[in-house]
Design a protein around this ligand. Structure first.
Ligand SMILES: C[S@@+](CC[C@H](N)C(=O)[O-])C[C@H]1O[C@@H](n2cnc3c(N)ncnc32)[C@H](O)[C@@H]1O
Length: 250
């Protein structure tokens, strides 16, 4: 690993360790209502399928995806390089009485053999990769032939002018109604993150291109509305998010 890549990874690790305690309270990542939880579960069931599978959640963070999948009876392993995020995930699993294996692991040097998982999933992680092509190749490596790779993310960067205005109004509205300043909490972008490769690329087009170049089959994308955007006020606050699930088969 080059010194520069090592430095970026260390910055990423520190950044998420610092955010771990407040992460689930932030408007974006956490679950804030039963309706929101059900919407996320529906998205996952639709994308992963109902059959009980062996699933890897890469960059699991506080275990958002891993725990939702475990509730459906999947056998889930969550890896992350930020120990504080993993500690939060383990606490949540204990409180929810769910069995998930949370362990330290680097997304582009995974501690697993080839061809072991039925599905590899990640949410809000691909954009943080310093080498997205390498990371995606690593995720494909640990998938069984016929297994499914799922990338859940958003095109956080390419807002049209009116969406930029909407986002600014939404940020103020969230601050006023929830007492949360989303620009300074864990989701405020750090300087080094502005330079990450996927920040400057149009998504999910870049995701599809990377997966197809790896020889993954049936690469496709489904857009979905942010699960929080329900009703007039919440649509104003969260409706501008463009989210998508990219799937491909090994
Ligand atoms: C925005 S958080 C998303 C967490 C979780 N997937 C979710 O949906 O709430 C990004 C996570 O990716 C992790 N991460 C970033 N780079 C990583 C890497 N190279 N290997 C493992 N985890 C990584 C961070 O530590 C952080 O927990």
């Amino acid at each position: 690993m080059s010194i520069q890549v090592k430095e970026v990874k260390e910055q990423i690790r520190q950044r998420w360790n610092e955010s771990a305690e407040e992460f689930d309270q932030c408007p974006g990542p956490g679950i804030h209502s039963e309706r929101e939880k059900k919407a996320w579960q529906a998205i996952l069931v639709n994308a992963v399928g109902g059959k009980q599978l062996k699933i890897l959640d890469v960059g699991t963070g506080t275990g958002f995806i891993a725990l939702l999948l475990a509730e459906y009876g999947h056998s889930v392993t969550g890896v992350d390089l930020a120990e504080e995020m993993l500690a939060q995930a383990r606490d949540k699993a204990k409180r929810q009485k769910l069995k998930v294996k949370f362990q330290y692991g680097d997304a582009d040097e995974l501690p697993f053999e080839d061809n072991v998982f039925d599905a590899v999933i990640n949410r809000h992680v691909f954009w943080t990769m310093s080498d997205p092509e390498k990371a995606a190749a690593e995720w494909a490596r640990v998938l069984k032939p016929g297994g499914k790779l799922l990338i859940i993310d958003g095109d956080w960067n390419n807002f049209s002018s009116w969406k930029k205005i909407w986002k600014a109004v939404a940020t103020i509205t969230v601050g006023l109604t929830e007492g949360v300043d989303s620009s300074t909490k864990s989701h405020g972008l750090r300087d080094f993150e502005k330079e990450l490769p996927l920040r400057s690329q149009k998504r999910p087009e870049a995701d599809l291109r990377i997966l197809r170049a790896l020889g993954m089959k049936e690469a496709e994308m489904v857009r979905f509305k942010d699960p929080r955007a329900h009703g007039l006020l919440d649509n104003l606050k969260y409706g501008y998010y463009q989210r998508f699930v990219v799937t491909a088969i090994k």
